[in-house]
Structures are given as C-alpha cells and as structure tokens.
Design a protein around this ligand. Structure first.
Ligand SMILES: NC(=O)c1ccc[n+]([C@@H]2O[C@H](COP(=O)([O-])OP(=O)(O)OC[C@H]3O[C@@H](n4cnc5c(N)ncnc54)[C@H](O)[C@@H]3O)[C@@H](O)[C@H]2O)c1
Length: 304
C-alpha cells in the first residue's frame, strides 16, 4: 500500500529536473500524475514535448501518467490542465507548482522583457493553477459537504528568501510565491486544502546557467539507493510527505530541502521596536533613536 495510493497529482515543469524528480517520487508512492511541461529552453523560449519522456519513465516503472504541454502562466491553459487531471483520472488531490525559467543579469543588463518573463512564469504560473484548483476543490466541497483534503506544494528558492546578486526578476518572483503560499494557506485550509512551499537545490538546467555549475543531472539517472546531494529528487520525499494524508496539519510553511538538510524557514518577524507615545515622530531625532534602540549602531554624525 503506497502512501499516495488513489491520489491524483499534477506536477508542473515535470519534463526535466526537480519536477521530474517529484513526479517519479509521487508515482512511486501510488499517485497518478499529469506531467505538465511547456518544453521550452531554460530561458522560456520555444515549446516541445519534454513531458513525454517523464510519462514514459513512469509507465515503464508501472505507474500511470499523462502529458500536458501547456504554459502554466497562460490562464486558460492552466485551467485545461486541471480539467485534464479530472478527465483522465477522475479527481485532483495534489498540485505541485514547480515550472520555472531564469534570465539572470545584473539590473544594469536586465531588460524589462527578462523581468516580465520570469515574473510571469513563476508567479502567475503558480497563481493560475492554484486558482483553478481552488475553484475545483470549492465546487467539490460544496457538492459533498466534506473537506476535500487537497494539497498545493509550491516552489521557492533561497534566492527569493534572502536575495541573490543578478536575480532581480527571479528572487522577487520566488519571494512572492512564499507570500502567495502563506496567503492561500489562510484562504483554503477551512475546506481541507493545505498550501506549503519547498525550496530545493539541485544540478539542473537552471543551475547549469551559473558560472562553475556542476553537470546537469536528471532524476532518473540516479539509482534509488544512491545518495547524490545534487540529485534533482533530493527534495522529492518531502514533497511526497507534504502531499500525503499524514501532513494534513501542516500548512503555510516554507521549507528548504538542500543536500543533507531539511530546514524550516522562519521569515519576517517583528524585531526591535520603538514607540512614539502617540506623538508624531521627529525626523531630526529619529536617527538617534533608531541607532540606539533599533539598529544598535552608532548615532548619526559619528564616523564608522
Ligand atoms: N535547481 C535548483 O537548484 C533550484 C533551486 C531553487 C529553486 N529551484 C526551482 O525549482 C523549479 C524547477 O527548476 P529546475 O532547476 O528543475 O529547472 P529545469 O529547467 O530542469 O526544470 C524546469 C521545467 O519547467 C518547465 N517550464 C518552464 N516554463 C514553463 C511554463 N511556462 N509552463 C510549463 N512548464 C514550464 C521547463 O520546460 C523545465 O522542464 C523551478 O521553479 C526553480 O526555480 C531550483
């Protein structure tokens, strides 16, 4: 008995890399999968049938999968993807939003088109499938009067959580996905849907664009019993667990799975605070107050 037997999942961007790793892991535990992939380049140019290879691997291993070639950031196409899961397998339980592209460059070199393209694929390409899945689950919830036990697992990145030189498009897109995850978790938990995000790290086409990157690994190339810290499926067991019934109490969490470590991320939290005692702040005195009571640095005017 697999921990995901009877479940139906969609994994976006599952033609390669981390998405393929997630799809193989979910299938291993018994889920039937829609393998989405637009099949373009790592910069998001062109289209292809890359989803087919992951479908073939799953079928060869005895699982069930169908391909979807849609662009996740296209609102209509992402709606068709949700509908396809229901048509092909009769239900939807798990949505893993993983598709992504990169167009790195310092802000001096980044074009508005590179900014828009990356924000669109990551943020809109996560929001749109979430929206269609949420509407579907709300309809099921209304029809049955029961909680739907749905799962959304989004994909963030260390770059988005702490910033990264040369990624003023990608990092804010990933930070926004963390915020989307937390906000959606508030909206959907009442009807039994959890929403979490995983931050992976692996040697994929995306990291392959960086200087001195390790050679690209595909998830099916690493034998199951072999540990490789850059294997694209390093974070996939965490995704499978978050997708399972066991994790029905975990929502709104941002969790990184990097090499040997699984790390619960703690985000913005209140720090040192000053209070104005209901009197307007005085800008000429604020620097001194902030220096001594908030930043714990030297007062303004002193040389560092
Ligand atoms: N590789 C890492 O170290 C790392 C670290 C943190 C986060 N991530 C994130 O993991 C996810 C997977 O990336 P990867 O490293 O496996 O790269 P990858 O290029 O191997 O996989 C991304 C897949 O998404 C697909 N895709 C791109 N745009 C799409 C669209 N509009 N619609 C549907 N599919 C689309 C691509 O065709 C590709 O197969 C991304 O969201 C990425 O930002 C990766």
């Amino acid at each position: 008995m697999g921990m995901l037997d009877g479940k139906v999942a969609i994994v976006t961007g599952a033609g390669h890399g981390i998405g393929r790793g997630h799809a193989l892991e979910l299938a291993k535990h018994g889920a039937k999968i829609v393998i989405n992939d637009l099949g373009g380049s790592v910069k998001g140019e062109g289209v292809g049938r890359d989803a087919d290879l992951t479908v073939e691997i799953i079928k060869a291993r005895g699982g069930e999968a169908v391909a979807n070639y849609g662009d996740v950031s296209d609102y209509e196409a992402s709606g068709q993807m949700i509908a396809q899961a229901i048509d092909a397998f009769g239900r939807l339980d798990i949505l893993v939003n993983n598709a992504g592209i990169v167009r790195d460059g310092s802000i001096f070199n980044m074009t508005p088109e590179d900014f828009d393209a990356v924000i669109k694929v990551h943020l809109r390409g996560t929001w749109a499938p979430c929206k269609h899945a949420a509407v579907h689950w709300r309809n099921v919830n209304k029809e049955t009067g029961e909680k739907v036990n749905g799962r959304i697992i989004n994909t963030v990145s260390g770059a988005g959580l702490t910033g990264n030189f040369g990624q003023t498009n990608y990092a804010p897109a990933k930070a926004a996905i963390a915020s989307l995850t937390q906000t959606l978790s508030l909206e959907l938990y009442k009807m039994g849907v959890t929403v979490n995000a995983v931050g992976p790290a692996a040697a994929t086409r995306i990291t392959g664009t960086m200087p001195n990157a390790p050679a690209v690994i595909e998830a099916d190339e690493v034998p199951e019993d072999e540990w490789n810290r850059m294997d694209p499926s390093v974070s996939s067991p965490l995704v499978a667990w978050l997708a399972s019934d066991e994790a029905d109490h975990v929502t709104g969490q941002i969790i990184r799975a990097v090499a040997e470590n699984i790390i619960l991320m703690k985000g913005w939290a209140d720090g040192p605070t000053i209070n104005n005692n209901s009197k307007r702040w005085d800008a000429t005195k604020l620097g001194q107050q902030l220096a001594t009571d908030v930043f714990f640095t030297r007062a303004p005017g002193l040389r560092y």
